[in-house]
Design a protein around this ligand. Sequence first.
Ligand code: GCB
Length: 592
Amino acid sequence: MLKPTSTSTRELVSLDGVWRFAIDSRLPDQPWHGPLDTPLEAAVPASYNDLFADPEIRDHVGWVYYQREVRVPRGWGEDETLLRFDAATHAARVYVDDRLVGEHIGGYTPFDVNLTGIVPAGGSFRLTVAVSGELTNETVPPGKIEVGIDGRRRQTYFHDFYNYAGLARSVWLYSRPRTHVEDVTVVTGFAGTAGSVDYRIVTSGAIDVRVRLADARGNIVAEATGPVGTLTVADVVLWRPGAAYLYDLTVEAVSDGVVVDSYSLPVGVRTVEVRGHEFLINDEPFYFTGFGKHEDSPVRGKGHDDAFMVHDFQLMEWIGANSFRTSHYPYAEEVLEFADRHGIVVIDETAAVGLNMGVVGGMSGTPPFPTFSEQYANAATQEAHAQHLRELIARDKNHPCVVMWCIANEPASNEEGALEYFEPLVTLTRELDPTRPVTYSLVMFATFQNDKIIDLFDVVSMNRYYGWYIATADLALAEMYLQGDIQGWIDRTGKPIMMTEYGADTQPGVHSIWDAAWTEEYQRDYLAMNHRVFDRFPQFVGEQVWNFADFATSNGIHRVEGNKKGIFTRDRKPKTAAHSLRRRWLGLDGRK
Ligand code: GCB
C-alpha cells in the first residue's frame, strides 16, 4: 500500500484541521444525512478523549462522528480520487453525503476509500467519518465491554496504556492516474562495494514499467525496465545505524513513451540477519540501546505531532539511544520516515497486546480461563491478527529502519494453544517478508521452562521487572533472579537475547538514601543492576528501557497519573536516571 505523495502525476490535499464532532448518544440515528447538530469541533489529527472537558466524551464507548466539507480540485477529472486515512482508532465507517463508501477495522494501519465516480472533479461533498474505540475479544488489541448494574457500557482491556481513540493521524484526499503504480517492494543487499536493489512493481493494468535509482545528490546510479528486476549500485553507500543514507527510487508507468504515472520512494541499502547469537546489520553485530515508546502526549493523546516527534528523536540522540520498539502498535508512518532519514533502528510491533489472561490473574499468571479458547483468543481473533500483519507489512516493508517484526507483546506463550495460535501467524509473517527476523516480547510468567513458542522465532525479547514487580526494592535478590533467567534462555535457545522492557515507576522529585521504590535514585540503581547483569552475557544484543516517557493509562491502584516508568516525564523532562543512561549509552562511563 503506497503512501500518498505528490509527484508529477499525483496530487495530495490535506484534510487535517478542525472537524465538527459529536458522540453518537447525542445525535439522531444516521447523523451523516445532514450537518452534525453539535457545538463541538475536534482537531485532526488527535485522539478525541482529552480535547474536551467532558467525562462522557473521554470515556465514551460507542461511535463518535467527525464531519467536514471537502472540495475535489477541478483538475482531477481524468484521474482517480481517493481518501486516505492514516489511521482511525479502532474502526471506521466513511460516508460521502448520505452514502456509506468505506469501512475499516484496525486502529493503527492506513486505509483508502476510492471515490472515483462518486464525487466529480470540482465538486464538493460532506464527509462524515464514524469512529469506534471499542475493543472486543475479536479485535487487535483485544478488550471487553461490560454492562454495569447502572446499565452503562464500560470498556476494559488487558494493557495498561489508555485506550485513546479517534482520528489520531492525518487524513488526505489524493489523486492518482487511472492506470497507475499500485505497489512497490524493494529488498536490498550488497557484496563487496556493489549494492543491489531487488524491486517488484505492481501496476493497476498492463503497462510498461521503468525504474531509476538516484543517489542523495540526485545523480542516477542505476536504471532498468520491467516490473521485476535488480538494480546494481557501484560503490554503494550503505544505510547504517547512526549514519543513514537514502537513495531515491523513481518508478514510472509508461505507455507509448508517455509517463502515465510516477512514484518515488526512499531506499536505504542494508541487510539484516540473525546468525548464532548475533544480530547483524550489514554483517556487523548490532547492539540495541533505546526504549519501548508510546505515541502519547498531553491533550493530543495518540495524535501524531511533528513537534513532539522531532523533540523525541532529539532526546533519543542526546541520551545515546540507537533504536526503539513501536510498543504496542504500529506508529505513524512519519515516525518511520524520520527514523529512515536519521539512522534510528526500529523494532516494528503489531497492536497485538493483551493476548494474555494471566495478567487478569495478577502476579501469579494464573488465568481465570484459558487465553487461547473460544471465550477469548479464538479463530476470529487470530484472523484479525493475521489481517493486521498483512496491513502492517504492506505499509512498512520498505523502511530500512525496520529491522525486525515483533508480532505480539507479552502473549500467554506459556499456555496451551499458544503454539497453534502463533505458528500460522509466524508463517504468514515470513511469507509476507522473508527478509526480517521475527520476535515477540516475553511476559515474565513465560519462562525458559514453560514457554511453548520460542522455537518459531529468531530473537528472545524479554520483558522483565526484577526489582520492581518481583523482588520490589531488593536489588540483590533481583540481580540473582535476572541472572538465572537470562542464563536459562541462553541454555535453552542459543538465540540472540535482548531486553525489550525493564523499568521502575519513578515519581520525579521523590528522593531517598535507601533503595526506595518510586524514587529517582532507585530507578537509576535498578537500571544499573540490570546493566551489570546484561554485560556478563556475550549473547546479549540489546537493552530497551521501559519507557521513554511517562504515559497515560487507565485508572488503577498501581498508577498515579499514568505509568511513571518514563526516563523522561510526559512533558519530556529528564529524570535522574536519564543522565546515567546517557553516560552508559554514549560510552562516557569508560565502557565501550
Ligand atoms: C509490561 C507491559 C507494558 C506495561 C509495563 C508496566 O509488561 O508490556 O505495556 O506498561 O509492563 O509498566 O507494567
